[in-house]
Write a protein that binds this ligand. Structure first.
Ligand SMILES: Nc1ncnc2c1ncn2[C@@H]1O[C@H](COP(=O)(O)OP(=O)(O)OP(=O)(O)O)[C@@H](O)[C@H]1O
Length: 222
């Protein structure tokens, strides 16, 4: 059974005249897949990621997550699915300065069901998993770019999502730090996490087992 299933999904923006950011797309992603999404600027990659991550709603079509129809389900359903199953990593790390790494990771679980002590334990586990246990109490301002992105990944995986959505996760990193983050993503995928990674970088895309290309709102397998 596919974990994420788009059927005939379109996303049209009304910007004076219609912008067809995503055109009648049918796409299934199975649990455990590592999927990259590439394509020219403005082709619809972020729109696809936002629709898959329930951050944006299709204008037409059906989107099932774990066999639950989400289109028309409303904010409450979308929020619940996101909270239980999805984690997000963006190009800009969005970490809070003045808070430690472990506090930043805990913030990702603030609105979930866990109590304070459980949140701390999960945060510590997540930092340990990404190899930053020794920097747990550091302010993100004192971490390297690669370490910051790893903290952002820890924050995204601490609540144990089934799917991690990444939008240009290495966009702000030099080649050494990019290699570290890619090794971490590979390891997380090996442990069963489903990954969907939007990237401009063909080398980053090359790490995925399944490669999608978006051109003018149309998704193709590569
Ligand atoms: N809120 C919006 N209102 C109107 N048009 C939008 C909006 N968001 C995106 N678009 C348009 O939809 C199309 C797809 O945008 P999208 O951001 O998905 O592309 P992208 O492939 O992620 O681009 P990039 O690689 O530059 O980030 C573009 O033509 C864009 O201008």
């Amino acid at each position: 059974m596919s974990l994420l299933a788009l059927r005939d999904v379109s996303r049209t923006y009304d910007d004076g005249q219609p912008v067809h950011a995503l055109r009648a797309t049918t796409l299934s992603i199975d649990a455990g897949q590592y999927v990259s999404v590439t394509g020219p600027s403005g082709s619809g990659k972020s729109t696809l990621l936002n629709v898959l991550g329930l951050l944006d709603e299709p204008t037409a079509g059906s989107y099932r997550v774990s066999d639950t129809e989400t289109v028309g389900g409303g904010q409450r359903l979308h929020g619940a699915v996101r909270g239980q199953l999805f984690g997000f990593v963006f190009q800009a790390f969005h970490l809070l300065a003045g808070r430690t790494a472990v506090e930043n990771v805990e913030i990702g679980m603030l609105y979930g069901p866990l109590r304070r002590r459980q949140r701390r334990r999960r945060a510590e586990e997540a930092l340990d998993r990404i190899g930053l246990a020794h920097r747990m109490h550091a302010d993100p301002r004192r971490l390297s770019g690669g370490e910051r992105q790893r903290v952002a990944i820890a924050r995204a995986i601490a609540a144990r999502p089934a799917v991690l959505f990444c939008d240009e996760p290495t966009g702000n990193l030099d080649s050494g730090n990019t290699a570290n983050v890619l090794a971490l993503l590979r390891e997380l995928n090996d442990q069963g996490l489903t990954l969907v990674v939007v990237t401009h970088d063909p080398d980053v895309a090359g790490h995925a087992g399944r490669r999608l290309q978006v051109i003018d709102g149309t998704v193709r397998e590569q």
